[in-house]
Design a protein around this ligand. Structure first.
Ligand SMILES: [Zn+2]
Ligand SMILES: [Zn+2]
Length: 213
């Protein structure tokens, strides 16, 4: 079915910016069909916001608003020296943020071979000209890990994931991989595949202290 929101599908370049403006970049060719929007209520995303002392990036139920897109369409243009990397455990995903104002940038797998960056909304410039992320990127496809929500979900929370959403995500990511859109990555060295910032791994006690706050 064609809906009015499809009018917002023309690809455009979305400005990226930390809260203080030291780190900036651009997400190229984004549209509601060029990426995957989710609201993640998982405990690790909540811990990340707590580590950064940025509870403002979570919704009232503890959800993080993310947009998954391929590495190759994300560019960091200014302030890359301030980019930092955190792992909540030695097997966790890499969580990227800015040191200047502790803005979450997004999450990636430990290696750039998985071609996806999950950008956190706090690093995206939206609200300018009154256009919300929903208008710019289409509404979130679904919510995930809602069992870890810390409060009632907002009335406009997206639905639970359907099998179709998972299948669509898998085929989209496979497409990015086949088309080589995982490269170049703004967060990994494109020759050595090493993260551009050495990941800091929380010790189990640091993690427990954070979780107990
Ligand atoms: Zn900043
Ligand atoms: Zn999460």
């Amino acid at each position: 079915m064609v809906t009015g929101s499809n009018k917002a599908c023309l690809p455009f370049d979305l400005s990226l910016r930390c809260r203080c403006g030291c780190v900036r970049g651009v997400a190229c060719d984004v549209s509601s069909s060029s990426g995957l929007r989710f609201i993640c209520y998982c405990k690790d995303c909540q811990l990340f916001a707590r580590f950064l002392e940025r509870p403002d990036v979570l919704d009232p139920a503890g959800g993080t608003n993310i947009f998954q897109m391929p590495h190759g369409r994300v560019k960091l243009t200014v302030g890359t020296d301030a980019v930092r990397c955190l792992r909540l455990s030695d097997k966790g995903v890499l969580r990227w943020y800015t040191d200047c104002c502790r803005t979450p940038i997004g999450n990636t797998a430990a290696s750039p071979h998985f071609p996806v960056i999950a950008l956190v909304h706090s690093f995206m410039v939206h609200g300018a000209n009154g256009r919300s992320l929903d208008e710019l990127l289409g509404p979130p496809l679904c919510r995930i890990y809602e069992r870890s929500a810390v409060g009632p979900l907002p009335p406009n929370a997206p639905a639970r994931p359907s099998l179709g959403v998972f299948a669509g995500r898998a085929s989209k990511i496979l497409g990015w991989w086949v088309l080589g859109l995982g490269r170049p990555s703004p967060l990994f060295d494109n020759h050595t595949n090493a993260p551009r910032a050495m990941p800091r791994v929380l010790t189990p006690s640091e993690r427990a202290a954070l979780a107990g706050q």
